[in-house]
Design a protein around this ligand. Structure first.
Ligand code: ADP
Length: 394
């Protein structure tokens, strides 16, 4: 069974093609295009690449195309991406203006191009369905909550992969197995004591932290929208709600101006005034740019804020895991985030940490009670596995 997982950005199409046979999962191909202007053309080029590589003969060889759509009104989990689901995503376009519209467009183009191939999405909100009610509720009137104003949590596929892989690396195959089967079996599987407590830090263009107990998320730093939590590349992160009416009046901004600035001119770009890429920000900071330095410090501060929140909620910690572009490739950010946590049983091996980039490794000191790990994430594999399960059930 071949499953193509397509990652749709506003100007990019990235994919991975997996093949599943009884107990073997293999990655057949991985590719993508940046700076896409013609999305239908990019899908065509993707299929041509897979055919020329001998991975498929026609698109009918694909059992399904899998996606990781962000958020939809009243829909989560792993579902067929039919028009009713796309319409439910459209309702939440204002919540995810940088993410939902390109996904909806891309999925419609896939449906036109290959009407007979099932299109299946694993929503990024799925991993948080067991979070405690108190952890998802904002202090808003009931009517706002009923309209969907609540903490959702995102990056679910990535944090779920980290839940599985970190448990394996800690020798807790029972927890890894539970995490792998979570969506299929819910919380039914019994887990041996003691609890396994992990904080997963997905730090990239978008960033979020999740607290994970025994393979199940207790929460995520992203709330209602993928613009919340830590400051992102150019999206705002957490902000006091009263800032919006204040700047609308004081700076005479329209609601459209505010939405655009929160989504495109905020986050690391807004603070630094340099770039939305931490590599450029670091280079500027090294040249003495104070705002660039501050942007890095705000990012570290925010990550530590959420580590503190989940550490208390979990009642302790067994592993702190770093993943995604920044988490995997930026030792000095990991060092900043882990600084001064020895009293919590966490100390880095400075030398090991400095050397690790884009590979799996333990970077804590040998006497650190909390293991600090770098684990390259594999969101597409999590999506492909759930798509396979859905196909096998139906
Ligand atoms: P996205 O969330 O868009 O998938 P990434 O996970 O690739 O993006 O994260 C992008 C961020 O990670 C950027 O700020 C970039 O500076 C940083 N990053 C990515 N790769 C590297 C690298 N090889 N070295 C240093 N920083 C990197």
């Amino acid at each position: 069974m071949k499953i193509l997982v397509a990652n749709i950005g506003s100007t990019s199409l990235k994919w991975r093609l997996f093949e599943f046979s009884d107990n073997v999962e293999s990655l057949l191909h991985k590719g993508g295009f940046e700076r896409v202007t013609d999305y239908a053309g990019a899908i065509e080029d993707c299929l041509r690449t897979l055919k020329e590589g001998g991975h498929i003969v026609t698109e009918q060889d694909l059992a399904a195309v899998g996606f990781k759509p962000v958020v939809a009104h009243g829909v989560s989990g792993c579902v067929r991406m039919d028009e009713s689901v796309l319409a439910a995503m459209e309702v939440y376009n204002p919540i995810a203006p940088a993410h939902n519209p390109p996904y909806i467009l891309g999925i419609r183009l896939f449906a036109e191009r290959m009407p007979k191939v099932p299109l299946v999405g694993l929503f990024e909100t799925s991993f948080y369905q067991w979070a405690a009610p108190a952890s998802i509720r904002y202090g808003v009137p009931e009517s706002w909550y009923e309209a969907g104003v609540r903490r959702w949590g995102f990056h679910g596929a990535s944090h779920k992969f980290i839940a599985e892989r970190s448990a394996e690396l800690l020798g807790r195959e029972d927890v890894a197995e539970r995490a792998r089967k979570l969506y299929a079996e819910g919380l039914k599987t019994r887990v041996n004591e003691p609890d396994l407590r992990v904080i997963s830090c997905h730090l990239g263009g978008s960033s979020s932290l999740s607290g994970i107990r025994n393979g199940v998320a207790i929460g995520n730093s992203l709330g209602l929208s993928p613009q919340s939590g830590l400051p992102h590349n150019n999206r705002v992160g957490d902000l006091d709600a009263f800032a919006i009416p204040f700047v609308m009046r004081r700076l005479k901004l329209s609601l459209e101006d505010v939405e655009k600035q929160l989504c495109q001119e905020g986050g690391l770009k807004g603070i630094s005034g340099v770039s939305n890429d931490l590599r450029d920000i670091r280079a500027a900071a090294e040249r003495g740019d104070a705002r660039a330095q501050l942007a890095q410090e705000v990012f570290v501060h925010s990550a530590r804020h959420w580590i503190g929140a989940f550490l208390v909620e979990l009642g302790g910690l067994d592993a702190l895991v770093f993943t995604a572009g920044i988490g995997e490739n930026r030792p000095e950010m990991r060092a900043g985030i882990c600084a001064g946590l020895e009293n919590f049983g966490l100390s880095l091996d400075a030398e090991a940490n400095r050397e690790v980039r884009a590979r799996e490794a333990i970077v804590s000191a040998s006497d650190s009670k909390v293991r600090v790990m770098v684990i390259p994430t594999n969101e597409e594999l999590v999506v492909a596995r759930e798509v396979r399960r859905l196909l096998e059930r139906s």
